[in-house]
Design a protein around this ligand. Structure first.
Ligand SMILES: Cc1cc2nc3c(=O)[nH]c(=O)nc-3n(C[C@H](O)[C@H](O)[C@H](O)COP(=O)(O)OP(=O)(O)OC[C@H]3O[C@@H](n4cnc5c(N)ncnc54)[C@H](O)[C@@H]3O)c2cc1C
Length: 433
């Protein structure tokens, strides 16, 4: 899955646009200073795009790709902003002959604080071993450093005024970033969401299946999409992403299936009661049915998008083979439902892999059943370790990156620092033994 080309094109154009005017300003030996100032501008542009993605406004996915991918771009834009600001700070940006005013001094200090603050927050972001709640708490301040950087830009000496076309362009960029930041910082009730009530709770293997009835206008979604759900009534008001695990229903009912993945999900499973209110924001994502012959692979609670998609399969869709990897059948969610769909649709085959008795699912198990992957799609939802193993084994069998679609249930992704952290911890432990 890749970022959408429209978003990347827009971002590239936005980054390059200042060059319409900058070459004309670089006369008089100010080339280095102009380049440094350009780097500063790209940092502001990147921060604005990053803030815009964080709003989750409806156009975001259309422009930049499904939310999990958009959030990757959000992260890379944050990193670029940091690198560009650092370079801008290091490479002399002073235009020859310009005099530093008192306001310019304040702007300079604001820029320094913005850079250092951003440095700390971006490092916390990419260091995914730092607990989510600490990260989330600190991450809200990133906008404050954006405001300081924008202040620095507006009041520092530069070779064009705010009313120059480039000044107006950068003004609009900063304004968009500020609006996006104000929106994401505003109380959640200002965000569009739908109200639901828990109508039914069902134990499904290790998971808890939760069916919601709409209280007012229902959400319209496609199979394979997810929503952010919060349960303020239960003292769990922070929205978390959950896949809508049933096919879209005419009466607007929604279902999610929650697995005991960590602190939050375990707490939620123990607190949920029939009648509890929920706010649902979405839908997001486009992990959807591909056309033609395809293979689906689910591990554990990663079954949720496939239960929704299997529920929408028509007799002439597919053929689809679903591999469902579970510890053992007693722990599998929605098994009876999937078996019933398979019994009624000759184009849908279910292969359950019980890892406790049959060993881990791997590329060979899959190709023994469905043959090679030339021209075929594979849709995967489960842990990233199994995704990597399957990709290693199946790309030799003709699977192309373009046809390998996956959902990892992760929004906050790092840049490999967690692996480095694990490595250092292990080295330290081994030395101690
Ligand atoms: C697109 C998507 C679809 C998902 N669908 C399902 C599903 O159908 N069923 C299911 O059981 N789980 C699903 N999840 C996973 C679920 O949202 C997380 O497990 C949950 O938000 C974190 O709670 P926890 O108990 O696992 O972890 P915790 O122990 O509370 O936190 C562990 C990690 O989860 C992440 N996390 C924590 N809070 C949030 C948050 N508010 N938003 C995003 N990430 C957070 C952080 O990386 C954190 O380090 C999905 C996740 C995504 C991104």
């Amino acid at each position: 899955m890749a970022f959408r080309k429209t978003g990347l094109l827009l971002l590239t154009l936005a980054m390059l646009f200042p060059w319409v005017w900058l070459p004309g300003m670089a006369n008089g030996g100010n080339v280095v200073a102009i380049f440094s100032q350009y780097l500063g501008m790209t940092a502001l542009i990147a921060m604005t795009f990053s803030q815009l993605i964080a709003t989750r406004w409806p156009g975001v996915e259309k422009m930049f790709g499904p939310l999990d991918q958009s959030y990757r771009l959000h992260k890379w834009m944050g990193l670029w902003a940091l690198v560009a600001t650092f370079l801008h700070d290091t490479i002399d940006a002073d235009i020859e002959g310009s005099k530093r005013t008192a306001l310019g001094e304040i702007a300079e200090t604001a820029g320094e604080i913005g850079l250092n603050g951003m440095l700390i927050l971006v490092l916390i972001t990419v260091a995914t071993f730092i607990p989510y709640h600490l990260w989330k708490w600190t991450h809200r301040f990133i906008g404050v450093f954006f405001v300081l950087s924008a202040f620095h830009y507006f009041f520092i000496e530069r070779p064009f005024s705010n009313s120059h076309p480039l000044g107006l362009y950068m003004g609009v960029i900063c304004l968009l970033g500020l609006i996006a930041y104000a929106y994401t910082s505003a109380p959640r009730r200002f965000r569009p969401s739908r109200r639901y009530k828990v109508e039914l709770l069902e134990k499904q293997g290790e998971a808890l299946s939760v069916t919601f009835a709409p209280e007012g206008k229902a959400l319209r979604h496609r199979a394979g999409q997810f929503a952010f759900i919060s349960f303020a009534d239960l003292g769990m008001g922070e929205p978390h992403p959950f896949t809508l695990s049933a096919a879209p229903a005419d009466d607007g009912h929604l279902r999610v299936s929650i697995g005991p993945l960590g602190d939050y999900t375990i707490r939620l499973m123990s607190r949920l009661v029939v009648g509890a209110g929920a706010r649902v924001e979405g839908p997001f994502g486009d992990f959807a049915l591909a056309r033609g012959t395809q293979t689906w692979v689910a591990a554990g609670i990663g079954i949720t998008p496939f239960t929704a998609m299997a529920g929408t399969l028509k007799p002439d869709d597919g053929p689809v083979t679903l591999f469902y990897s579970v510890k053992d059948r007693s722990k599998a969610a929605h098994l009876a439902e999937l078996e019933s769909i398979a019994a009624n649709n000759p184009n849908f085959e279910l292969v359950v892999r019980e890892t406790s008795s049959e060993g881990r699912l791997n590329a060979k198990v899959i190709t023994d059943k469905v043959g090679d992957f030339k021209g075929k799609h594979l849709l995967y939802c489960g842990p990233s370790s199994l995704r990597d193993t399957l990709w290693e084994g199946l790309r030799n069998q003709g699977l192309s990156a373009r046809r390998f679609h996956f959902e990892l249930f992760e929004i906050r992704t790092g840049v490999g620092l967690d692996k480095l952290f694990d490595y250092l911890v292990n080295r330290y432990k081994n030395r101690g033994v």
